[in-house]
Design a protein around this ligand. Structure first.
Ligand SMILES: [Zn+2]
Length: 164
């Protein structure tokens, strides 16, 4: 099995920010890194679940809604993926995400939290989602990071694997 590209990022040097992890077939995958991996607590499952509902709702109603392919949480609970078509930069996504986060801070409920519309409708935490959103917005505005450090992995045959 080949080492997939996202596992070659050095997670020990990763700061919160917005990064491009893949560009293929006209799609760009943006990694929204919200917490610092393994150095501060990951998001609570209920908080990131609410963030998924709110962020997907905002992006799919925004000026760029026709180019939004996917909005979803990272399994490690430290960030979100947004996949876009078109030619968006990390600066574009930074501006959009800040607008999205500020909208989240004004919300009084999480959309689509009924048993009909969500697979785990009781797993939501709007106050904690807002806390994460406020901190992430501050970080995007004041301490923005967008360059990944690549991890070098020595393969079984002795070759160095530095990028996919
Ligand atoms: Zn849900």
């Amino acid at each position: 099995m080949e080492v997939i590209q996202s596992f070659t990022i050095d997670h020990t040097r990763l700061k919160p920010g917005i990064y491009v992890s893949r560009e293929d077939k006209g799609f760009t995958t943006f990694d929204l890194r919200i917490t610092e991996p393994n150095k501060e607590p990951a998001m609570a499952p209920a908080a990131i679940h609410s963030l998924e509902h709110l962020m997907a709702t905002w992006f799919r109603n925004s000026e760029v809604k026709d180019d939004v392919v996917y909005v979803g949480p990272m399994g490690c609970l430290t960030g979100m993926y947004i996949i876009m078509t078109g030619t968006y930069t990390v600066e574009d996504m930074r501006r959009l995400t800040i607008d999205c986060l500020k909208w989240i801070l004004d919300q009084d409920e999480v959309p689509a939290t009924s048993p009909e519309s969500c697979g785990n409708y009781l797993l939501h935490d709007l106050p904690m989602c807002k806390w994460e959103s406020a901190r992430y917005a501050r970080r995007l505005e004041n301490d923005f990071h967008s360059e990944y450090s690549k991890l070098q992995i020595r393969l079984e045959d002795g070759k160095i694997f530095a990028d996919a």
